[in-house]
Design a protein around this ligand. Structure first.
Ligand SMILES: Nc1ccn([C@@H]2O[C@H](COP(=O)(O)OP(=O)(O)OP(=O)(O)O)[C@@H](O)[C@H]2O)c(=O)n1
Ligand SMILES: C[C@](O)(CO)[C@H](O)COP(=O)(O)O
Length: 377
C-alpha cells in the first residue's frame, strides 16, 4: 500500500489550556488522539505515522505497541511534519496526507475526497469558503472591511504526492503555517477540496465542547454478545484467548478450539448483525482444520473497521474449574490487544468457576462469554 497519513501530535496545546496537551485530553469518552487516529483507519491508507513530542513518554510507550510508525516532533509544526515525512523514506509512498491531531472530527469522506483529488493534482487540501463579512480592527474598534471573495479557511488533511512535498519541505526556509504554504513555495498546484464546518481544530478551551457535541451527535453504538463451549479431550495444553496454557487435557474442536477468541469473535459479528464464526468459516471447510483462531478474530475486526466502526471495549469471561485463568489473564489481555490492534485497557479477561455444577463444574469442557461494544461516529 503506497498511501500514508502523518498525524502531527507533538504540539503543547498552550492555547487550549488544561493540565495535559490537548491531544491527550478526553473528548466524548476517548482521548483526542484516539478519535483522530481512528478516522484514518480506512482501507485506502496503508501506513500511519504519529509524530510525538519527545516529552510524551507515556505516549511513546503506548503507541510503540501499536501497528503504527512513530516519529519525533520538532520545535514547530513544520519540523514535526518533516520528521514524519522522513520516517516514510524508502517505503515507496506515492501519496501522503498530513493532518493535525487537533482535528478529531474530520470525516472519512473528506479524507477520501482529498486522496481522490491527488489522482489529478500534485496537492489538494480542504478549504472552507469564508461566509462571514470580514473586518480589520484595533482596540475593540472596527478599522476597516475586507472582501471575503476568494478567501478560504484552511483545514487538514492536506494531501500531496510524496516526493513533491518531501522535496518542497527540504527546500523551505521554515516558519510555514501549513504544508500548503510549503507546497506553494515550491510551485505546486493545489486543488481546493470543499472543507467541512465540523472539521474544527481544537485550539481554545471552548473548542472541546463544540467538538464533543459534533462527535456525539451521530454516534452509533452497537453491542454484541458471544458464547462458546469446547469439550475436553486428550492433550497437554489449551489455547485460551490466544495464549497457550499448559493443562492435563486439550480442548477439542475443528480449529485450535480457542473458546475465548471464538466468543469474542462472535460478539463482534453479533454487534454487526453478521451471524457467527460458522457463517464466515464453515466447519465443513477443511482449510480451517486446526486453524489458529486469531484468523477468525482478525477477520471480525477487519469487518468492524470496514463498516466504519471502532471497537470500544471487549469483556470476556471464561467458565471453568481448571486450568486456573488468573495467572494468564494479563497475557490473554495483551494477546487479544495485539491481535485486535487495541489498547489493552479496552480488553477485559476474567474467569469464574460454576461451583462444580454442570458440565464446566464436572470438568467436561470450558465455556466462554463475551460482550463487544462498537462505536461509529
Ligand atoms: N512542534 C509542533 C507544534 C505543533 N504540532 C502539531 O500541529 C498541529 C496544529 O498545531 P496547533 O493547533 O497550533 O497545536 P499546538 O502547537 O499543540 O497548540 P498551541 O499553539 O496552542 O500550543 C497540532 O496537531 C500539533 O500537535 C506538532 O506536531 N509539532
Ligand atoms: C494547518 C492548520 O490546521 C491549517 O488551518 C493550522 O494552520 C495549524 O495550526 P495553527 O493554529 O496555525 O498553529
Amino acid at each position: 500500500m503506497t498511501t500514508a497519513a502523518i498525524i502531527v501530535a507533538a504540539g503543547r496545546g498552550t492555547r487550549a489550556g488544561g493540565d495535559l496537551p490537548k491531544q491527550w485530553r478526553m473528548l466524548a469518552g476517548r482521548r483526542v488522539v484516539d478519535w483522530t487516529l481512528d478516522r484514518f483507519a480506512i482501507p485506502q491508507i496503508g501506513h500511519i505515522v504519529l509524530v510525538l513530542n519527545p516529552e510524551d513518554h507515556d505516549g511513546w510507550a503506548e503507541f510503540s505497541q501499536r501497528p503504527l510508525m512513530l516519529a519525533q516532533g520538532g520545535a514547530d509544526r513544520a519540523r514535526s511534519v518533516r520528521n514524519g515525512l522522513a520516517a516514510l523514506d524508502g517505503l515507496g509512498i506515492t501519496k501522503v496526507l498530513i493532518h493535525d491531531v487537533a482535528r478529531p472530527c474530520v470525516s472519512p469522506d473528506l479524507i477520501r475526497a482529498v486522496l481522490n483529488a491527488l489522482d489529478t493534482h500534485p496537492a489538494a487540501a480542504p478549504g472552507l469558503a469564508v461566509t462571514d463579512a470580514l473586518w480589520t480592527g484595533a482596540n475593540n474598534l472596527v478599522t476597516g472591511t475586507r472582501s471575503r471573495d476568494g478567501l478560504y479557511a484552511a483545514q487538514t488533511p492536506q494531501g500531496f504526492r510524496y516526493d513533491a512535498i518531501r522535496t518542497a519541505h527540504a527546500a523551505h526556509p521554515g516558519g510555514a503555517a501549513d504544508d500548503v504554504e510549503v507546497a506553494r513555495a515550491a510551485g505546486l498546484d493545489i486543488a481546493i477540496v470543499p472543507g467541512e464546518p465540523d472539521n474544527l481544530k481544537i485550539t481554545r478551551p471552548e473548542d472541546f465542547a463544540r467538538a464533543e457535541r459534533i462527535l456525539r451527535q451521530d454516534m452509533d453504538v452497537r453491542l454484541g454478545n458471544g458464547y462458546d463451549v469446547h469439550r475436553f479431550g486428550p492433550g497437554d495444553h489449551v489455547m485460551l484467548c490466544g495464549v497457550r496454557v499448559p493443562h492435563e487435557r486439550g480442548l477439542q474442536g475443528h480449529s485450535d478450539a480457542d473458546v475465548g477468541l471464538h466468543a469474542v469473535t462472535d460478539a463482534l459479528y453479533g454487534a454487526l448483525a453478521e451471524g457467527d464464526i460458522g457463517r464466515h468459516f464453515p466447519p465443513s471447510d477443511p482449510q480451517w482444520k486446526g486453524a489458529a483462531s486469531e484468523i477468525f478474530l482478525r477477520h471480525a475486526v477487519d469487518l468492524v473497521r470496514a463498516r466504519g466502526f471502532t471497537v470500544s471495549n471487549i469483556d470476556c469471561t471464561l467458565v471453568c474449574e481448571y486450568p486456573k485463568i488468573d495467572p494468564h489473564a494479563l497475557a490473554m489481555q495483551a494477546e487479544m490487544a495485539r491481535i485486535m490492534g487495541l489498547d489493552p485497557t479496552r480488553i477485559s479477561v476474567k474467569a469464574t468457576t460454576s461451583e462444580r455444577l454442570g458440565f464446566t463444574g464436572r470438568g467436561e469442557g470450558i465455556a466462554a462469554l463475551a460482550t463487544a461494544c462498537l462505536v461509529r461516529t
